[in-house]
Design a protein around this ligand. Sequence first.
Ligand code: GDP
Length: 320
Amino acid sequence: MRVRATSIGEPAGGITVLAGGVGAARFLAGLATCVDPASITIICNVGDDFEWHGLHVAPDIDTVIYTLAGLEGEGGWGLRDDSNVALGALGELGGESWFGIGDRDLATHLHRTRMLREGMTLADATAVLATARGVRSAVIPVTNDPHPTVVVTDAGELPFQVYFVQRRASDAVHEIRLPGAAEARPAPGVIDAIHDAELVIVAPSNPFVSIEPILAVPGVRDALARSPARRVAVSPIIGGAAVKGPAADMLRTLGHEVSAPGVAALYRDLIDCFVLDAVDASLVPAVEALGLRAVAVDTMMTDPPARARVAAAVLQAARA
Ligand code: GDP
């Protein structure tokens, strides 16, 4: 079902979404069917960015762009129907090949890296890549500055992709470090997009390694806390578990309640409304006890129609 913008009522000031990777991208694909995609500004996490054989890879930015373009791969990342000839050849040479970059995906990283070497900012290079894929929403990295996520685990301090992909998020996480945060400056447009929006949505993303790195860029958390926009977050935790990834494990090992209210508590000073899944409807009072409005709806984004339904429900909840 395509929900027309007029049936929902599009905010004049636009919608700004704080986004990580797959969970956010699926939500955004739904949102883009509910409102004019050009009215959406997406502020992306760059904590997952890393250098791969000399190329700048930005997994969350690319997941968002590929998914909005309808080109995302099977697991939600990479490009659909991509081949792995280059990766296979790297392996034959004894080169590092644990991070799966497909052949067509490789073109993104070659092109981005060339633009960065020629002096473009990450934000400008991202705009070129998004436009080339026909994405009409503004996709903005939270910062143009280096701002990597470092994960402190039982196995020591690990760069994010070593923890997440190479070691398959199997190590208990005791701390998240953001060594670039203090020096990072918000990319042009980030603060205005949070302040001037009619609605700011914190996507169903990992609160620690997708949303916190966005909020940690100086000025961003404060902009959200003071924004006159309606502010809503969507729970990535359903029935006490993450739909995918290590969010539930991180809640546990970082000392939080492993539940939708456990996530709501992290955002309580930043949002007005928290959307949790219908299976967690009995937890609405626990979220309300945090001083937030709570709405329980189906938030499982299994296929494109479900993504659109979830986005429409979140819009309705935010404006209720
Ligand atoms: P990553 O960087 O690719 O791991 O992406 P994100 O941080 O954006 O997304 C990971 C989070 O999205 C996980 O905590 C998932 O539980 C959540 N998520 C993924 N799919 C869904 C879904 O269909 N519904 C909800 N509510 N959360 C989801």
